[in-house]
Design a protein around this ligand. Structure first.
Ligand SMILES: NC(=O)c1ccc[n+]([C@@H]2O[C@H](COP(=O)([O-])OP(=O)(O)OC[C@H]3O[C@@H](n4cnc5c(N)ncnc54)[C@H](OP(=O)(O)O)[C@@H]3O)[C@@H](O)[C@H]2O)c1
Length: 284
């Protein structure tokens, strides 16, 4: 079977063109939108992502202030920085990069991000709004998966979709978004018994576990759609996904590449959220 590659580049370019125009309109009438990127780790995959976000912001005319609190930052230091940025009128948007320091969870600190600046939708209020189908910022990676599927005209209503991963920033919000599209959703995790038979019973498999090569040909049925959210650093330093592309390619109808699939759409949506936050702040 010829497996179609579900590239995210064209969709990202279209989103970015709109964001750039909206950014220019704001900058013509006041300061450019401003993102605060808070980092507290020394993880290579994270620094690769932070660099790509900085470059994306620069290309679009968005100001990006990276604050590195160090891999041993305390809960108090993180909360204080997030609260200060939440109160700072010059900051339109806040993104907290993961992983966090050992012993610190997102739940410990995310409530210090005000929901109006929470462009990656990680705060309890943002997640609650999503679960209630109310307006708010949605985690960009989860939104990117849905937008990528729609861009490639893959129907979601009535389809059975397996989401592998249940984190608060990817798997769970994605399940909510897919439910809102009227899909039937099965959420899998590290305690799922017999993962291959669960995922192989579905039409679409989304791999978001952070495990290199977790999803193989035996995890999918013939003709399935496979979305690879994974962004993992391989031993040779390359960024690779969660899907064993070689074994899946013989069976899948379509597969999103890593890099070049979900990643560029995620970055584009995050930047779109930054501009939306800035527009909302100017209107307030
Ligand atoms: N492309 C992008 O723009 C983008 C953005 C953000 C994240 N990511 C990537 O997406 C992946 C997931 O990120 P995350 O932050 O959600 O990771 P996470 O917080 O570590 O969560 C991983 C999830 O995968 C599940 N899991 C782990 N091993 C599994 C296994 N063997 N079988 C089934 N489920 C398993 C875990 O189950 P338990 O809950 O049982 O532990 C957990 O729910 C990572 O590779 C990350 O780098 C990509």
């Amino acid at each position: 079977m010829d497996t179609v590659s579900l590239s995210g580049k064209e969709l990202a370019a279209a989103i970015n063109a709109d964001t750039k125009a909206r950014t220019a309109a704001l900058a013509a009438d006041g300061p450019a939108p401003q993102l605060a990127l808070i980092v507290a780790n020394d993880d290579p995959a994270s620094s690769w992502y932070v660099n790509s976000l900085r470059k994306a912001a620069e290309r679009l005319g968005i100001g990006c202030d990276t604050v590195d609190l160090g891999a041993d930052a305390s809960v108090d230091a993180l909360r204080a920085e997030l609260a200060a940025r939440s109160a700072d009128p010059a900051t339109d948007a806040i993104m907290l990069q993961t992983p966090l320091p050992a012993g610190v969870t997102l739940d410990d600190v995310s409530s210090s991000i005000t929901s109006t600046k929470d462009v990656d939708g990680v705060s309890p209020l943002s997640l609650g709004l999503l679960a209630s189908n109310l307006d708010g910022f949605v985690p960009a990676t989860s939104e990117a998966v849905v937008e990528l599927l729609k861009h490639h005209e893959i129907p979601l209503a009535g389809r059975h979709i397996a989401v592998v991963g249940r984190s608060n920033i990817v798997g769970k919000p994605l399940a909510q978004l897919l439910l809102a599209e009227n899909a039937t959703v099965t959420v899998c995790h590290s305690r799922t018994t017999d993962l291959p038979s669960v995922t192989a019973a579905t039409d679409i498999v989304v791999a978001a576990a952070g495990r290199i090569g977790l999803v193989t040909g035996k995890h999918i049925r013939e003709g399935a759609i496979v979305i690879d959210v994974g962004t993992n650093e391989a031993p040779d330093g390359k960024i690779v996904g969660d899907v064993d592309a070689d074994s899946v390619r013989d069976k899948a109808a379509a597969l999103s590449p890593v890099p070049g699939g979900v990643g560029p759409v995620t970055t584009a949506l995050l930047m779109r959220h930054v501009v939306t936050a800035a527009e909302n702040a100017r209107r307030a």
